[in-house]
Design a protein around this ligand. Structure first.
Ligand SMILES: *Cc1c(COP(=O)(O)O)cnc(C)c1O
Length: 423
């Protein structure tokens, strides 16, 4: 064990500031990252990896993107936080509302967790109802209401529910099965549901696409029963397309949460929706929510630089799609060649190799995957210079810098060989 790790576990629970980083699901100890550039991570030991964690999807172009870094540096010289309005916040909000039509107004927060918790409060406040319906295997941050059957983080550690979540809170969370509209109908039937929240492309039980009609049915059912539909696009926003999953599948939710890419790799997120609904937030309305560092100038500058680049690069998602498709095809072929059962599932720049199940439609399927095979695949990739997310219930994320032919070839051939190690 490295001395850094020995020091880390003395001063941080499990050595980390977010559980999945501890490599518990795959064994071993994590490297300490010294720097990153484009598709590459460099460790404190001087090793270099092609990175498919991409800050859990927050990085869309590549690490240390010069335009984003310059925007942050320029902002920092003017002061890092004021606690008063800035023009940057207005430009950022205008940019988001231009790019995502269902969002007419938004509020910035500091993390995806805050975005979903605040969106739920607004849904409850505006409907006067308490119950939220979520899907088993979907993750919406670690707020109490959502920490029930919450996918990757909890699944990785085999604790479905966290101690510390009050029974009373958990009892207002109702669980449905992803891609199973009948289970949603049952959950929503009593008429007490404030909102149905969904990852429109599930990414926190590995990548699980919505089946044709599923999101349409969710839209119809929520409308019918007076519940709001919340798309948690913290992961999918600006990743599966320029308007996220809602653009890709052409469904307008009532509320959207965005994080990760929208803040350009800095700690920012937001929730937004129609003007009438968002106007119910304080101070224009009664639903309270606030943030000392919300709309922080560093976050705003990184987010705005990222969104402007996305908006001015019409080829971006085509490149990500092509690279993702090549990787998907080659990894699926390698599974077949090595005689390994499983499935490679992908939507845009999110991809998961499932060892075991021949297809994954919901958590019931994901739960059957072979964790040991994944751990061998993970370490095989690591030995060959590729950093995968250290959990079988996560997505690999492509960045634009992976679409370089040489980088993609190096990554694909390393991963093909690593699949052989999984056996
Ligand atoms: C990452 C994620 C969150 C939580 O975001 P944090 O910034 O980690 O709090 C919420 N929802 C989804 C879908 C996510 O992928």
């Amino acid at each position: 064990m490295s001395t850094s790790w020995n020091r880390a576990i003395e001063v941080m629970p499990g050595g980390v500031n977010s559980p999945v980083r501890a490599f518990t699901a795959v064994g071993g100890t994590p490297p300490f990252i010294a720097s990153a550039s484009g598709p590459y991570l460099k460790t404190e030991d001087g090793a270099e990896f092609i990175d498919f964690i991409a800050s859990w999807g927050a990085i869309i172009f590549g690490h240390a993107d010069p335009e984003v870094v310059e925007a942050i540096a320029r902002a920092a010289t003017k002061g890092t936080s004021y606690g008063l309005p800035t023009v940057g916040e207005v430009k950022f909000a205008e940019q988001v509302t231009r790019m995502v039509p269902s969002i007419e107004m938004l509020r910035m927060v500091n993390s995806g967790t805050e975005a979903t918790a605040s969106a739920l409060r607004l849904a409850r406040g505006s409907t006067g109802r308490d119950v939220v319906v979520k899907f088993e295997g979907c993750y919406h941050g670690h707020a109490d209401a959502f920490l029930v059957k919450a996918g990757s983080g909890a699944a990785t550690f085999g604790v479905p529910d966290s101690p510390g979540v009050p029974n009373g809170t958990a009892s207002t969370t109702r669980i449905a099965r992803f891609n199973d509209i009948a289970s949603v109908a049952t959950a929503i039937e009593p008429g007490d549901v404030a909102a149905v929240i969904v990852e429109p492309v599930a990414g926190n039980m590995g990548v699980v696409p919505p089946e044709p009609g599923f999101l349409e049915d969710l839209r119809r059912l929520t409308e019918l029963h007076g519940a709001l539909l919340i798309f948690d696009e913290v992961m999918t926003g600006f990743r599966v397309g320029p308007q996220g999953a809602q653009g890709r599948y052409d469904i307008a939710p009532d509320l959207t949460t965005l994080g990760k890419v929208v803040a350009g790799g800095t700690p920012g997120a937001l929730f937004g929706g129609g003007r009438d609904l968002m106007s119910q937030m304080a101070p224009s309305g009664p639903v309270y929510q606030a943030g000392t560092l919300a709309g922080n100038p560093i976050v705003v500058s990184a987010g705005l630089a990222t969104l402007r680049r996305i908006a001015s690069d019409p080829g971006l998602y085509g490149r990500l799609e092509a690279a993702g498709s090549e990787l998907e095809t080659r990894l699926a072929a390698a599974m077949h060649r090595h005689g390994i059962d499983g499935a490679v599932q992908r939507v845009g720049a999110m991809l998961t190799v499932f060892f075991g199940p021949s297809s994954v439609r919901s958590w019931d399927d994901a739960a059957t995957l072979d964790r040991d095979q994944f751990a061998r695949f993970f370490h095989g990739a690591l030995r060959r210079g590729v950093m995968l997310p250290p959990s079988p219930f996560e997505a690999m994320f492509l960045m634009d810098s992976h679409t370089d032919a040489d980088v993609l070839e190096a990554a694909a051939s390393a991963l093909e060989s690593a699949i052989g190690d999984a056996k």
